[in-house]
Design a protein. Structure first.
Length: 552
């Protein structure tokens, strides 16, 4: 069906001029010419939002979001509580119920607003998923060319062997110019991101122009769809070695999923969203969305090189003082500047990586890596996980927020996110844990907990574990050295974790974290505090009722 007729039938959109499936270069110029909105807290809704650098359309587009939406608006994220899905969804603070009657009224008002406005909309047809076993057509419809360009970067443009019909298609309607009224619309604020599982709609309205919504909203959808097919959807990166040995790396933002998966000696599957089917693992996307804050260009040369590439997208990195973006080479941008947000981002297609696996897919993983960045300085750099330990740490999904990232935050804060991506998990954690257990048993995969955080003391007092040591530990795990019969281990007295006593290329003295704290009694106290945080989180989420056994 023609896309215009499909949008009329689905939403009732009429009298709308569409700009359909433009090239990225066309979208680049459209964004600069037409994307307008607020970029300063007290600014107007008419400011330019997209900019070219000194490289023009041969380099990246720079996009500035509304200052109140520099990350996912988790408190404004909902799913429609239709009767047929209400009992299946894992309702929580970052995926709340939206009343069906309020939703239908809101959607009608949004469509009426667009029809009366009569402004052009961008339409970009892509796919969510690269494996025809689960991929679905995904249509972006929105007011900003930048978002259409982001969709072009981040998702496959064609997938053979799937049903392309409109009955199978998911559609995002992204309308920044419509501001919700909570009393009338049933929203929490002037914005909302709402998933309608019955009608295959993702509705984004109000001050919600963070590009990540275009990908994370459909990721939540895929996290609902795949388990219903018996497949595991995962918030993880993945790559493949020269012998065809696949690995997946779970982790929250800032733990190293993107950095560690981009290995010159291994082919990249993807850096963030992955599916595991009966055939193996595959990327749900066709691009990467990396954090830019404090980027170490020597440690991350692929991302650094892509900053100057055509068709990429830099989000919320300020211009240099006294200069316009047009005067700045993207390599000269101050990537440590967090004046707009700590969550500066960079979208680039997988093709920017010179070493991508064919079809962005691989076989069944032989190594599972659970990443954490422990700012308390307590966890070992690497721990061997087996059986119940894997499930325990998977549903806990621990990392730590750093002191100093917020005014008044002087101590690290524990952050637990079930399945290493709780906000995006549409089902309860037990669903994903059961699938992971089954698939690991089938593939006989080994597992490690890899700590990319601090050692010898908490953040601010001690150094972060070097990326050289982290990579050496990961490489050893990928080779199977840490699990082999000749590998020596010891058990942590407080945390119960199994730690290797040696690793090729790594000073053995760092492998037991207690040994490198100057004040071991202080270490024991902090380790006990962290252990108790794990226990409290486990009990408060009632993970035991899901069949998960406490191991710490």
């Amino acid at each position: 069906m023609d896309y215009r007729l499909a949008l009329q039938n689905k939403f009732g959109l009429t009298n709308i001029p569409y700009k359909y499936n433009l090239s990225k270069q066309q979208l680049f110029h459209e964004a600069i010419a037409h994307d307008r909105g607020r970029i300063h807290i007290d600014g107007p809704d008419t400011d330019q939002k997209a900019y070219a650098t000194k490289l023009g359309d041969k380099g990246p587009l720079v996009f500035l979001t509304d200052p109140t939406c520099t990350g996912r608006p988790v408190k404004d994220t909902f799913a429609v509580a239709w009767p047929e899905v209400e009992s299946e969804i894992w309702w929580k603070d970052n995926l709340q119920q939206f009343d069906p009657d309020n939703y239908q009224g809101l959607l009608n008002r949004v469509v009426q607003h667009l029809n009366e406005r009569g402004r052009h909309l961008y339409v970009q047809d892509v796919y969510a998923g690269s494996d025809p076993a689960y991929a679905v057509p995904y249509r972006f419809v929105g007011e900003y060319a930048t978002h259409a360009m982001f969709a072009h970067n981040m998702f496959p443009k064609s997938v053979n062997g799937i049903d392309p019909s409109d009955d199978n298609r998911w559609t995002m309607l992204n309308v920044q110019s419509f501001h919700c009224e909570p009393d009338r619309d049933g929203s929490r604020s002037n914005r909302a991101a709402i998933i309608d599982f019955r009608n295959k709609i993702c509705l984004v309205v109000g001050r919600a122009d963070y590009c990540g919504l275009v990908k994370k909203t459909i990721f939540t959808v895929m996290n609902y769809l795949l388990p219903n097919l018996g497949y595991l959807s995962m918030h993880c990166s993945g790559n493949i070695g020269s012998d065809g040995d696949a690995a997946i790396l779970f982790g929250l933002s800032g733990t190293g999923k993107t950095t560690l998966s981009a290995d010159p000696n291994r082919q990249l599957i993807g850096d963030d969203e992955t599916g595991w089917t009966d055939n193996g693992v595959s990327n749900l996307e066709d691009g990467c969305y990396a954090k830019l804050i404090d980027l170490d260009k020597q440690a991350e040369p692929i991302i650094a090189a892509a900053l100057s590439m055509e068709g990429t997208l830099i989000e919320n990195v300020p211009a240099l003082p006294g200069k316009s973006y047009a005067e700045i080479d993207p390599q000269d941008l101050d990537l440590s500047d967090s004046s707009r947000t700590e969550n500066t981002r960079f979208s680039y297609p997988l093709s920017c990586n010179p070493n991508v696996a064919d079809g962005a897919c691989g076989g069944h993983p032989q190594t599972i890596v659970l990443l954490t960045a422990d700012a308390f300085g307590v966890l070992p750099p690497v721990s061997i996980l087996e059986g119940d330990d894997v499930m325990y740490h998977f549903v806990q999904g621990f990392t730590a927020r750093l002191a100093g990232t917020e005014v008044g935050l002087t101590e690290p804060e524990a952050a637990f996110s079930a399945c290493f991506g709780a906000p995006f998990m549409a089902h309860r954690p037990s669903i994903y844990a059961k699938l992971l257990r089954e698939k690991m048993a089938h593939s006989k995969a080994r597992c490690i907990l890899l700590n990319t955080g601090w050692s010898g003391g908490p953040a601010g007092e001690a150094p972060r574990i070097s990326i050289r040591d982290t990579r050496a530990l990961l490489d050893a795990a990928l080779r199977g050295d840490l699990h082999g019969n000749g590998a020596g281990h010891e058990t942590h007295d407080i945390l119960g974790l199994r730690m290797p006593t040696s690793c090729p290329g790594v000073d053995a003295s760092i492998l037991n974290p207690r040994a490198i704290w100057q004040d071991t009694s202080r270490y024991d106290a902090r380790a006990t505090e962290l252990r108790d945080m794990f226990r409290t989180n486990f009990d408060s989420n009632d993970f035991a009722s899901y069949g998960i056994r406490a191991t710490m």
